[in-house]
Ligand binder design. Structure first.
Ligand code: AMP
Length: 175
């Protein structure tokens, strides 16, 4: 099977000109979901991981499955205002305005080795804010793993320029 075939593309969502890469169709496909999880953890063979961190919301689904597979804990990286305990946060620029991601202050222990997961990397703004946040908390980012990369938007390159290892399963041209 080809993973790209179980990802649905919705043109002009959420606004004109955006090709939305919808992974709900991959998640609903038992073989596709398992294959995506298996392939995302493959570069980690032999590496020690302490926790998986997933970015809200689709990164929770993939990251939760990966954490289970690796028998490690899971950290939710949430949008501002959703976490109940004391948090630390990082702001990042959107096309219009700013957004903020948060984790609980005690989510990461100093020196923990983290796998960062999201469904898709575009400009890399969200993932780089997540990396800054985890590193401020004392984490060491072992790998950043995405199902989809949009290389024309430069996000994966941006993370590599930050010295991070990046893996993705499918690349789509354009944005
Ligand atoms: P960015 O911060 O630009 O790398 O955007 C990444 C975040 O936005 C991820 O959490 C994605 O789920 C979402 N996203 C951005 N562009 C798309 C797209 N074309 N299709 C689906 N999700 C997208």
């Amino acid at each position: 099977m080809n993973l790209a075939d179980v990802i649905r593309t919705i043109p002009d969502y959420p606004k004109p000109g955006i090709m939305f890469r919808d992974i709900t169709t991959l998640l609903a496909d038992a073989r596709g979901f398992r294959r995506a999880v298996d392939e995302l953890v493959q570069p980690l063979a032999g590496a020690k991981i302490d926790k998986v961190a997933g970015i809200e919301a689709r990164g929770f689904i993939l990251g939760g499955a990966i954490a289970h597979q690796l028998s490690v804990g899971f950290i939710p990286i949430r949008k501002k205002g959703k976490l109940p305990f004391e948090t630390i946060s990082e702001r990042y620029a959107l096309e219009y305005g700013v957004d903020e991601v948060e984790i609980h202050v005690d989510a990461v222990k100093e020196g923990e080795r983290i796998l960062l997961v999201d469904d898709l990397i575009a400009t890399g703004g969200t993932a780089s804010a997540a990396i800054r946040l985890l590193e401020r908390a004392g984490a060491s980012i072992v790998l950043c793993a995405f199902v989809v990369d949009l290389p024309d938007l430069g996000g994966a390159e941006k993370l590599r320029a930050m010295g991070k290892k990046v893996t993705s399963l499918i690349a789509f041209d354009g944005d």
